[in-house]
Design a protein around this ligand. Structure first.
Ligand code: ADP
Ligand code: MG
Length: 140
């Protein structure tokens, strides 16, 4: 097993409902450590850049509008197999399909407003961490 880092966002539906601590508790209980964290309000340009991979999808405009609708918490998480582990703790994209006990099963409001983002592989993890964090902001 490898010690990895992954990138996480606690999305506007969670900051709006003041449940960010509950989300972080799930991540920590699942074996991940927060090694960088900041609360930001994304600009439209940042949200469009971050989600550029989805720009042809029909929900792109809705996704960008949602992600800039309130603050978010961007984080770097570290742990054994952190990328896949985070995806397991998050649950499926659609909360209706998410396994019991996952963040999305417990907290997500819809497939769009689904509480968390998590990188889906090593390349995206590296790129997404770099998108929001300088090396000296990640403090282990
Ligand atoms: P995940 O976040 O699980 O990796 P995707 O990368 O497929 O999922 O999608 C990115 C984000 O776009 C989702 O987390 C969700 O906020 C939004 N999204 C995905 N599918 C839909 C959809 N059918 N309708 C509205 N929003 C969606
Ligand atoms: Mg994704």
């Amino acid at each position: 097993m490898a010690l990895e880092r992954t990138f996480s966002i606690i999305k506007p539906d969670a900051t709006r409902r003041n449940i960010t601590g509950k989300v972080v508790a799930k991540l920590e209980e699942g074996g991940l450590r927060v090694v960088a964290s900041k609360r930001i309000h994304m600009t439209r340009e940042q949200a469009e850049g971050f989600y550029a991979v989805h720009k042809e999808r029909p929900f792109f405009g809705e996704l960008v509008d949602f992600m800039i609708s309130a603050p978010v918490i961007v984080q770097v998480l570290e742990g054994e197999n952190a990328i896949m582990r985070n995806r397991e703790i998050m649950g499926d994209t659609n909360p209706k399909d998410a396994a019991a006990g996952t963040i999305r099963a417990e907290f997500a409001e819809s497939i769009g407003e689904n509480t968390v983002h998590g990188s889906d592989g090593p390349d995206t993890a590296r790129d997404e961490i770099k998108f929001f964090f300088a090396d000296d902001e990640i403090v282990g």
